[in-house]
Design a protein around this ligand. Structure first.
Ligand SMILES: [Zn+2]
Length: 187
């Protein structure tokens, strides 16, 4: 996408994991000042260290999540933290460096709901451009675990396909993924 208006990197969500994009002042390698400039080898401005020439690339972060399937419906949780506190979403979180997307999705589901899921199938990959994140969403079967609230969760509930709380979903990606699951049920 050749959209010049995005070249200044605008991350709109003040709570987002990438809100600091464009605001970094110091080199993470040597501590000298960073400045945004155009290098000959690059097609856009980059944050470059004036001392060691380190280039701080600002790239989206990856979130992995699961639509846990149970009795033909899905398990959702009500968020206990910002952003969008009080709204419903599926278990998800940021990938760590030492794990695969599937492992991250299973881990986050366990952490946020105490449910054990398996048989992961990729539902889709969604880009939230203004938040600077990419969300990888799987469907998975709930195999075990008694639901219990994680420290970031207010409530956990099962929803049949006709009971989805559409007006109280947390993010665009929450809506897109559940819509996609919904469409596939009908297809
Ligand atoms: Zn440096």
């Amino acid at each position: 996408m050749a959209d010049t208006e995005k070249s200044d990197i605008i991350i709109q969500n003040p709570y987002g994991p990438t809100y600091w994009f464009g605001k970094m002042s110091f080199c993470p390698k040597c501590g000298s000042g960073l400045s945004r400039r155009r290098l000959e080898s690059e097609d856009r401005d980059r944050l470059v260290c004036g001392s060691c020439q380190f280039i701080l690339y600002e790239n989206p972060k990856v979130v992995a999540g699961v639509l846990p399937i149970k009795s033909g419906g899905i398990v959702l949780l009500r968020r206990g933290i910002q952003p969008r506190i009080g709204t419903w979403t599926f278990p998800s979180g940021f990938m760590e460096l030492n794990e695969s997307a599937e492992e991250a999705a299973v881990r986050e589901t366990k952490e946020e709901t105490n449910l054990e899921v398996a048989n992961l199938k990729l539902l889709n990959v969604y880009s939230r451009v203004t938040a600077g994140i990419v969300v990888v969403v799987y469907t998975a079967d709930v195999l075990g675990g008694v639901p219990s609230l994680g420290h970031e969760t207010l409530e956990i509930a099962e929803f049949s396909p006709s009971q989805i709380p559409w007006s109280e979903l947390a993010f665009d990606t929450t809506k897109w993924a559940i819509e996609e699951w919904h469409r596939r049920l009908k297809g």
